[in-house]
Ligand binder design. Structure first.
Ligand SMILES: NC(=O)c1ccc[n+]([C@@H]2O[C@H](COP(=O)([O-])OP(=O)(O)OC[C@H]3O[C@@H](n4cnc5c(N)ncnc54)[C@H](O)[C@@H]3O)[C@@H](O)[C@H]2O)c1
Length: 344
């Protein structure tokens, strides 16, 4: 039985506590929360758990083999580092860290200690993303041409990270999972409408080899909540609307064929608009599947779907996006474990 401690009982930590507490193959022992009113609520709701405010208690308890970190992004690195150094397997909330240097350090620390480091990119465990992955892998939609996502709402302004680190982390993880590819370059633009200078609207573009392009529109200042992604293949196109309660995925038998006419300067385009297929989607709670993946990989070995490698790449892209914003939308190359800035 894997014994687990969770640190952070805020907005997202509550969901993790509920899910880990319900799993059969692990025992949630501790919740560590430094806010007394939240820890009181947790203790009332879960009398079976030890609720503490000192992280050291979890680190020093040898019976605890896994720590789950659900605290703000700027604390992910120090808390994960301490946990790995104490010999604990670590599941950390997305994004893994707030810099590539920190992410790579945690990655090699976990490797050197033969411990599992995993990042909670929850969307990878949703029925919708699992189904899209199947459609992409089996080439049901042909060869991928583009991913175009809008993730906007009147959202919670974060104090430590901008809107890309908060929202695009989801889109990037889905994009890396679906394509299985690392982009060649990244460019981004963003603006802040608050005195702290943290961007609350940003647009991010990833360019891949073979003319594959991905674009993410992220905002905390939209009057409406939109969670929509288009995945375009050269045979079919998928519309993924995460706000839809049941019909989240629609597969359009839509495409085009471009031919050069005899007059070589003119191009002829044949359009095809066919049926729309609405597949049934598994409705399991993604967070529960994510938690199960973490525990199963600790018990049986193997690589989780939301791996540390994917988590590090997400941070690489986010850091490159920040560089691009800071350099007036310059294109930032992602290459051989290094990114370098190219001015446009
Ligand atoms: N996977 C997802 O879909 C998803 C969704 C929302 C948030 N998140 C992530 O979850 C993390 C937390 O976000 P949130 O919105 O829940 O934040 P939050 O501020 O609501 O909660 C964080 C909690 O951690 C506690 N805390 C911080 N440092 C601590 C320490 N050293 N010891 C004990 N308690 C400590 C704080 O008191 C707070 O209650 C972030 O990394 C965020 O990106 C992920």
């Amino acid at each position: 039985m894997v014994k687990v401690g969770i640190v952070g009982y805020g907005y997202w930590g509550k969901n993790l506590v509920r899910n880990f507490n319900a799993l059969d193959n692990c025992e949630l022992v501790y919740v560590c929360e430094k806010n007394p009113s939240l820890s009181e609520k947790c203790a009332k709701l879960y009398p079976n758990l030890k609720v503490v405010s000192d992280y050291e208690v979890l680190l020093n308890d040898d019976s605890i083999s896994a720590i789950v970190i659900a605290t703000p992004v700027d604390s992910h690195y120090p808390l994960s580092k301490l946990a790995l150094e104490a010999g604990k397997n670590v599941l950390v909330e997305k994004p893994l860290t707030s810099s590539v240097e920190e992410a790579e350090h945690l990655y090699s620390l976990a490797k050197s200690k033969d411990l599992l480091l995993m990042v909670d990119h929850t969307f990878l465990y949703t029925g919708a993303v699992q189904l899209m992955k199947k459609k992409v892998d089996t080439k049901t939609i042909g060869n991928l041409q583009y991913i175009d996502s809008t993730r906007i709402n009147l959202g919670l302004f974060q104090h430590d990270v901008n809107v890309l680190w908060d929202l695009a982390a989801h889109d990037i993880s889905i994009c890396l999972h679906l394509t299985g590819k690392v982009p060649v370059s990244v460019d981004a633009i963003g603006v802040s409408h608050t005195p702290n200078g943290i961007e609350n609207i940003a647009f991010l573009t990833l360019k891949f080899e073979d003319n594959l392009i991905a674009h993410f529109n992220c905002s905390w200042v939209s009057p409406v909540k939109i969670r929509q992604m288009l995945i375009g293949g050269d045979e079919k196109m998928i519309l993924y609307n995460d706000n839809e309660p049941t019909e989240k995925i629609k597969i359009y038998d839509t495409g085009f064929e471009a031919k050069t006419s005899e007059d070589r300067r003119r191009m002829l385009v044949d359009y095809r608009t066919g049926d729309i297929n609405v597949p049934k989607i598994q409705n399991n709670e993604a967070l529960s599947l994510m938690a199960l993946d973490f525990i199963n990989c600790i018990q049986n070995g193997g690589t989780p779907v939301s791996s540390a490698e994917l988590g590090v790449t997400v941070v690489k892209i986010l850091e490159a996006a920040q560089k691009s914003i800071n350099n007036n939308e310059s294109e930032v190359l992602i290459q051989n474990n290094e990114s370098e800035v190219l001015m446009k």
